[in-house]
Write a protein that binds this ligand. Structure first.
Ligand code: PLP
Length: 373
């Protein structure tokens, strides 16, 4: 089998294991999971692995990713994470549930739902301090009242999102607040809210330490499933795989050179005037990967190779005594930003590692006969 360079090796079985273990952990106290697919651009094989692991919904911020998954034959409940506006018609026709915070948008959804003779479900997002999306708690009751007058729109839940913009931690207090808002709305309008979505991969610590989880019965998890981490401290979650993704690039130059550039110093390719410290003569290695492909600061070398710098298409490494030669492979682990950028680069091939047999038939049904995409 020919191996492409650069490539991202993706272990579907590890992603499935992570999803399964998280479903068990959270399911133990009645919390269902949405597998969040935006960091992997809705890659159908990865999403299928999440579904095999037991997630009840697949959630993505981009309608294009959801349409890609549907076209690939993925069958599940799809959730749109980012509140839509001009895409309302596409949302109504290709998404089951969308997260919403603006009445004008929900009116658009209602309008197109009528035209297409469909019902659309929404989860209303509440602002609990992180200051990204959400209706302020004091406006919630009035907001719900307006939605209830719109035809073909069904409110199926309430949610909140923390630890994204403001870095606000999910804790006893804000989770309790969400539960209380749910009680208030259910009582006031005599409706039943099925999905109380308390947050994302940052909710792990709260969950582990909470004696009482209140009405919270759903979480939306991306990073925990893909990289095995919670996101308050970026600690590995015990028992999960943290290296399901591995970025591999090839050495295209390996030479002994001085560590100080010679000649007059001007701006580099990105408009900075660089400065250097003299480390003497050393082995310098260039790999065929650059800032156009990946967030370079996110790369973690398994061999502890130091990254000296990067331009659009080259990353320069301190070769130390690793004896790297042209054509050799260099491996990196990725954090979330690195995963997002690497999956988005059209130059990085996605290669699925089919470690266990169980996953192969699924890939076949997706018409991915070759593991190289
Ligand atoms: C991206 C996103 C998530 C998933 O976040 P992770 O930290 O990857 O778990 C959950 N909810 C919303 C609204 C999002 O946009």
């Amino acid at each position: 089998m020919k191996l492409f360079m650069p490539r991202i090796e993706i272990s579907l079985s590890q992603i499935r294991d992570n999803a399964r273990m998280l479903c068990e952990l959270y399911g133990h106290r009645g919390i269902s999971l949405m597998g969040v697919s935006k960091a992997v651009l809705g890659e159908p094989s990865i999403v299928e692995a999440m579904i095999q692991g037991g997630v009840k919904f697949i959630a993505d911020s981009r309608i294009e990713n959801i349409q890609k998954m549907k076209n690939a034959g993925i069958s599940t409940q799809f959730v749109l994470l980012r509140t839509p506006f001009s895409q309302a018609e596409a949302v109504v026709t290709s998404v089951d549930i969308s997260l919403n915070t603006e009445i004008e948008t929900i009116k658009q959804l209602s309008y197109y739902a009528k035209i297409h003779n469909r019902n659309h479900q929404i989860i209303v997002m509440v602002e609990l301090g992180d200051l990204r999306e959400g209706v302020l708690p004091g406006d919630l009751s009035q907001f719900i009242r307006k939605i209830l007058s719109l035809s073909r729109i069904k409110i199926v839940g309430i949610g909140c999102n923390l630890a994204c913009y403001g870095g606000v931690k999910p804790d006893k207090k804000n989770m309790h607040k969400l539960s209380e808002l749910v009680n208030g709305i259910q009582k006031e309008f005599q409706i039943n809210l099925e999905i109380i979505s308390g947050g994302n991969s940052a909710n792990y610590e709260w969950y582990k330490s909470a004696q009482y989880i209140g009405n919270i019965n759903n979480l939306r998890l991306g990073e925990s499933i893909l990289l095995g981490r919670e996101t308050v401290n970026r600690k590995a979650i015990p028992g999960l795989h943290t290296e399901a993704f591995k970025l591999v690039a090839e050495v295209i130059e390996s030479k002994t050179k001085p560590s100080l550039p010679f000649g007059e110093i001007c701006q580099d390719a990105f408009g900075n005037v660089p400065s250097f410290s003299d480390r003497g003569i050393s082995q310098r290695v260039i790999i065929a990967l650059g800032r156009q492909d990946v967030l370079v600061s996110s790369l973690k070398s398994k061999k502890k190779l130091e990254i000296l710098g990067a331009s659009s298409d080259h990353i320069i490494l301190d070769g130390k005594n690793h004896n790297l030669q042209v054509g050799d492979e260099v491996n990196f682990n990725l954090d979330y930003g690195g995963l997002l950028s690497a999956m988005t680069s059209p130059f990085i091939r996605k290669q699925f590692i089919l470690a266990t047999e169980a996953i192969i038939p699924v890939v076949k049904t997706l018409k991915m006969v070759s593991p190289i995409n």
